[in-house]
Design a protein around this ligand. Structure first.
Ligand SMILES: NC(=O)c1ccc[n+]([C@@H]2O[C@H](COP(=O)([O-])OP(=O)(O)OC[C@H]3O[C@@H](n4cnc5c(N)ncnc54)[C@H](OP(=O)(O)O)[C@@H]3O)[C@@H](O)[C@H]2O)c1
Length: 312
């Protein structure tokens, strides 16, 4: 595999809260043994399930795993995010830290401590913060790269025009620009113009891909497997997906999965990777990450892509 080929990213949002340490360690071990490299976390994971009411459990879990596995730090790359951690327990979004220079620097300092690492491989702005001048946020991210604390920086859940404005400000400030986008995306699409129910989620739109392709930005998709809804009766699709396009796409998905002797999930991941997108996959069991990693061997032809294109 080429290092620039799209990769499966392990989503660790539930680690240390919903996924207990033993299970999380086993998933991390299996991911690395299977050739996985990138871990996605955030300083706010997962304040909504942690009794403390603040984030940090996922980063602490990854830090404990790195300490327990000599050599692991060199085997993985770590992406984390600042912006959403509540400064007052159980008080989100009111007390979310935001993206002021002070908040970004303080947030990253704490992340480094929890992870027990010298640098972060990719630092995301978790969401927009329009209460802070964009110049200030761009400067703070740029300073962290200049200091070697973050190797790369990116924007999650941002409007494409804000990302491009931030990149232009970075050029003016002669600092490292955001070079990656993280948005929610999967094969199935919600009804057009219907807001998604999940707080803070932003759907990938055509202009995001347009921006990424013209500027050479990486794109990571989250909720790529729609929480297991492609294959599980206990995880029904949200009602915003209740439209004729869903039925058509699922019919093609079943045909293609059958032709390629792959699972529905694997074809969805292969479809994302075929477009140059790195799918993040959350796992609470070893078998789930094994199934996801095996999607790297599923090859979709141009004809498969055309069939999905027509159905969507
Ligand atoms: N930037 C953002 O705003 C943002 C937002 C959301 C998520 N994320 C990132 O994306 C990651 C994943 O997001 P997500 O959890 O929303 O979406 P997801 O990856 O679509 O869903 C993960 C869940 O799907 C189920 N699953 C996974 N593999 C499966 C398989 N092979 N068969 C059946 N079920 C399977 C599991 O549910 P069970 O545990 O119930 O078995 C798992 O916990 C997070 O960990 C986080 O890193 C980022």
């Amino acid at each position: 595999m080429n290092t620039t080929d799209p990769q499966i990213v392990l989503g660790t949002m539930d680690f240390g809260t919903r996924v207990d340490p033993d299970r999380a360690f086993a998933i991390l071990d299996s991911f690395v043994a299977g050739g996985g490299v990138w871990l996605d976390t955030a300083n706010c994971y997962s304040f909504w399930t942690d009794p403390s009411g603040v984030g940090g459990a996922s980063e602490r879990l990854i830090g404990a795993w790195l300490r327990a596995r000599p050599g692991a730090r060199d085997a993985v790359r770590i992406a984390t995010k600042v912006r959403q951690n509540p400064l007052v327990p159980h008080s989100w979004p009111k007390s979310a830290e935001g993206l002021s220079a002070r908040a970004v620097h303080a947030g990253v300092e704490e992340s480094l401590g929890r992870l027990g690492v010298e640098h972060i491989d990719l630092l995301w702005a978790h969401a927009e913060d329009r209460a802070v001048p964009l110049e200030e946020t761009v400067g703070a991210f740029g300073e962290l790269v200049a200091k070697g604390v973050a190797l790369r920086v990116g924007a999650a859940n941002h409007a494409a025009w804000r990302v491009e404005r931030a990149r232009s400000l970075a050029r003016e400030q002669r600092v490292e620009p955001w070079t990656a986008l993280q948005l929610r995306h999967s094969l199935l699409q919600p009804r057009p113009l219907t807001p998604v129910a999940e707080a803070g989620h932003r759907m990938l739109a055509a202009e995001d891909l347009d921006l990424a392709r013209s500027e050479g930005l990486a794109v990571w998709s989250y909720s790529s497997l729609m929480w297991g809804s492609y294959v599980r009766a206990d995880k029904p699709l949200p009602h915003t997906y209740d439209h004729p396009g869903t039925i058509q796409v699922l019919a093609v998905l079943d045909d293609v999965a059958d032709e390629l002797s792959a699972t529905r999930n694997q074809v969805v991941l292969a479809w994302l990777m075929r477009q140059g997108i790195d799918p993040i996959v959350g796992a609470s069991r070893v078998e789930q990450i094994e199934e996801a990693l095996a999607a790297r061997r599923v090859r979709l032809s141009d004809e498969h892509l055309a069939r999905f294109g027509e159905a969507r």
